[in-house]
Design a protein around this ligand. Structure first.
Ligand SMILES: *[C@@H]1O[C@H](CO)[C@@H](O)[C@H](O)[C@H]1NC(C)=O
Length: 189
């Protein structure tokens, strides 16, 4: 068992070093989510203000556009400017898994990748949103992502602090969070 833990610990270390992701011991935290979440008010464009970096986002000027689909799911279009200046776009589809918990979505970006949670911890719909995604791996570890989103490319620092305090009070590590460069961005279609 100890050997196993050491091995897993080493793997975790490698994983963290390799991906720069947020990898932690233990199961995912279970923060409370936005009460009475209204997905219709959440649709539309959001700018990424801060995040825990993921290996599927490498550029800057990151934006998301959320659209209601005919089947009631949400089409998620993520756009970013790659380091070489071209635009990268990925599309995903998010759905509710339990209508009693509307702020907990499950999103799938590529056919071959597993669906991942997309929880809206808090949003006022018109200024900011705090999104959390956590996956537990073999009961022992979890990898998590955070996105602070704004309706504008800029959020006041006090709003960012307010949202980070919510993360911290839920036991979520904010140390790996970095801000997204939203200056001199092109207009995405
Ligand atoms: C749906 O959410 C409610 C409220 O949190 C919970 O009590 C219930 O067990 C959930 N249902 C399923 C199928 O997970």
């Amino acid at each position: 068992m100890v050997t196993m833990l050491l091995l897993l610990g080493t793997l975790a270390g490698l994983f963290t070093a390799a991906e720069g992701q947020s990898f932690h011991l233990g199961k995912c935290p279970t923060p409370s989510v936005q009460e009475n979440f209204d997905v219709l008010k959440y649709l539309g464009r959001w700018y990424e203000i801060e995040k825990i970096p993921s290996n599927f986002e490498r550029g800057d000027c990151n934006q998301a556009n959320y659209l209601l689909m005919e089947n009631g799911n949400i089409k998620m279009v993520n756009q970013e400017r790659r380091p070489d200046g071209t635009m990268n776009q990925v599309e995903g589809e998010a759905k509710h898994t339990n209508l009693s918990e509307p702020a907990k979505l499950l999103v799938k970006f590529f056919e071959l990748t597993p669906a991942t949670p997309y929880w809206i911890l808090i949003t006022d719909y018109v200024n900011y949103a705090l999104v959390y995604s956590c996956t537990t791996i073999i009961w022992l570890f979890h990898v998590d992502y955070v996105w602070i989103l704004g309706r504008n490319p800029y959020l006041p620092p006090e709003t960012v602090t307010y949202l980070k305090d919510i993360l911290i009070s839920n036991g979520i590590d904010t140390q790996k969070m970095i801000s997204t460069d939203q200056t001199n961005c092109p207009e995405f279609p």
